[in-house]
Design a protein around this ligand. Structure first.
Ligand code: NAP
Ligand code: GLV
Length: 310
């Protein structure tokens, strides 16, 4: 029998346990902190487990991040680095993420907030045509989610380019790497879509100097992690017109504090870190598959490279 300890942020794990047991009824799943004898725990499934907890399980064979990002695990200074860490790579999540970007790119492009304000005044203003050909989306992070996004944007007729640590070959999508590559991509990007993981190399990457490399009046969309954006630089760039509008799903502090200036800034679309959630009917199968793989010594899916931090 495999004993699994689960903790899903502040949520009850009940529905997650139900979905996992539906796939493999033999799993013994215990919700943190009532996991019984720590020596008997084989697998930890976690989202925002308090730091220091994982080292309490001496016989752990696998850690599963119940998210695509693993910053919540790797930021734990006591994380037992010899234990393999896997993360969510799920097509349902990838589609959902692409939908978030498509929805917001089109809302920003078609000035939805402005037309909603006219509608409140019952004003019919049909004098504007939108030049969809003017859109060029630059994606920072062409990984599991970024590649899905690039393909879906391309399929709805938008120009797309992408930046990643290693070069990619994707039909119709220009791939850039390195600082010079990023600068070159930004020159021709007016919708910047960030889907980077939170690592030391990406902290604060969305700052004033980066915005200045884009054409004036560009748009920023971030669903990577809040740490990647220098929030005061965005406000400054919105004030001076370098950035015309933004859509943010992730923030330095979450939930976004009540007194945060972004709440009252109508140039920014805000969503509460739910661009792409883990969808258990789809993700549970992959979680269980990895548990079976670790049991039988097969290669794991979605294995994290702990050296690079994602
Ligand atoms: P992934 O497959 O690991 O992809 C990460 C991408 O970022 C890769 O293309 C990687 O380059 C690139 N990258 C990493 N560090 C870089 C650097 N220093 N310079 C240039 N490129 C770099 O991750 P994913 O599954 O696509 O997920 C991406 C992130 O989305 C997650 O880490 C998480 O933070 C965020 N996320 C947010 C939500 C939400 O609801 N808001 C939901 C899911 C995920 P290589 O391809 O060369 O390795
Ligand atoms: C959510 O933010 C995730 O990383 O899956």
């Amino acid at each position: 029998m495999t004993n699994v300890m689960i903790k899903v942020g502040d949520e009850s794990a009940e529905s997650y346990i139900g979905a996992l047991k539906h796939v493999d009824p033999s799993l013994n799943i215990l919700e943190w902190p009532n996991y019984g004898n720590p020596d008997e725990i084989d697998v930890a499934m976690v989202w925002k487990l308090p730091h220091g907890e994982l080292r309490k399980f001496p016989n752990l064979k696998l850690v599963i991040s119940m998210a695509a990002g693993v910053d919540h695990v790797l930021s734990d200074p006591h994380y037992p680095k010899d234990i393999p860490l896997v993360r969510v790579t799920d097509p349902h999540m990838a589609r959902s993420m692409a939908h978030w970007f498509i929805m917001n790119i089109l809302q920003l492009h078609r000035e939805t907030a402005y037309y909603n304000s006219l509608r409140l005044k019952k004003i019919w203003a049909s004098d504007k045509a939108f030049d969809t050909d003017s859109i060029c989306v630059g994606i920072m992070g062409l990984g599991y989610l970024g590649v899905h996004l690039a393909t879906m944007l391309s399929n709805i007729g938008l120009r797309v380019q992408g930046w990643s640590r290693t070069s990619k070959k994707l039909e119709g999508i220009r791939s850039f790497t390195g600082d010079d590559g990023l600068a070159e991509m930004l020159k021709a990007t007016n919708y910047l879509a960030c889907l980077l993981p939170d690592t030391p190399a990406t902290k604060g990457i969305l700052d004033r100097s980066l915005f200045e490399k884009m054409p004036k009046g560009s748009f920023l969309l971030n669903a990577g992690r809040g740490n990647q954006l220098v929030e005061k630089d965005l406000t400054m760039a919105l004030d001076n017109g370098q950035i015309k509008g933004a859509a943010l799903d992730v923030f330095i502090e979450e939930p976004l504090p009540q007194n945060h200036p972004f709440w009252n800034d109508h140039r920014i679309i805000i969503t509460p870190h739910h661009a792409a959630e883990v969808f258990m009917p789809s993700a549970a199968k992959a979680f269980v598959e990895n548990i079976e793989r670790v049991r039988s010594g097969q290669p794991l899916k979605g294995l994290v490279n702990q050296k690079v931090g994602y």
